[in-house]
Design a protein around this ligand. Structure first.
Ligand SMILES: NC(=O)c1ccc[n+]([C@@H]2O[C@H](COP(=O)([O-])OP(=O)(O)OC[C@H]3O[C@@H](n4cnc5c(N)ncnc54)[C@H](OP(=O)(O)O)[C@@H]3O)[C@@H](O)[C@H]2O)c1
Length: 174
């Protein structure tokens, strides 16, 4: 199995504030959807909540056309159309028993989960957003260039709909 991380990060690794994203960048939403669709997505309970209100009227919404795997310490946590794990060991077991060798799963956040799992990831899909957010409260871990090699990049300048320049970079573990 290939374990990948996907994240959009600003100049100082900022990724969120008050359990929301820091920007509205349709170009990155499209990139995220195209990259992750049909693959399992793995997220912390807070990121799941940040996705909106579900059909049952409570906070938390699944991403369509993907297995939604939620990590929480809450053993009572249940949501329709999700798979829930209570530890990283349980996550390992779930992925090992359900994923083929060449299949790719994506860790989609947030800060706590990126920090816990970056050491296990094979690949990083990072959207570098050229902006600064001094009020951010959630951050991506440092991407150490001794550990990660830039394999590709795809730069986009800001436009009418996307107010920051961004660069889609793929890193692989050296
Ligand atoms: N820019 C981006 O690409 C991006 C992507 C995703 C998210 N975000 C942003 O990131 C922020 C959310 O990140 P966050 O760090 O606050 O939360 P998070 O990583 O999404 O989720 C944290 C939760 O994960 C569970 N958890 C943590 N460690 C665990 C462990 N060892 N075992 C089992 N469960 C564990 C806990 O859930 P319980 O409390 O239920 O136990 C914890 O509260 C938001 O602002 C969101 O918008 C940004």
């Amino acid at each position: 199995m290939i374990l990948s991380i996907i994240a959009a990060i600003a100049n100082n690794n900022e990724i969120g504030m008050k359990n929301e994203l820091l920007w509205d960048l349709p170009i990155d939403m499209k990139h995220f959807r195209e990259t992750t669709t049909s693959h399992p997505v793995i997220m912390g309970q807070k990121t799941f909540e940040s996705l909106g209100v579900g059909p049952d009227g409570t906070q938390g919404k699944t991403l369509p056309n993907r297995r939604n795997i939620i990590i929480t310490l809450n053993k009572d946590f249940k949501k329709e159309d999700t798979e829930v794990v209570n530890s990283l060991d349980e996550l390992d077991r779930l992925l090992e028993s359900t994923m083929g060798d060449n299949e790719e799963a994506f860790i989609i956040g947030g800060g706590q989960i990126y920090k816990l799992l970056i050491s296990k990831a094979d690949k990083l899909y990072i959207t570098h957003v050229n902006a600064d957010f001094p009020d951010a409260d959630t951050f991506f871990p440092t991407i150490d260039s001794d550990e990660w090699e830039k394999m590709s990049e795809d730069k986009h300048e800001k436009d009418d709909k996307n107010i920051y320049d961004c660069n889609f970079v793929v890193y692989e573990r050296r």
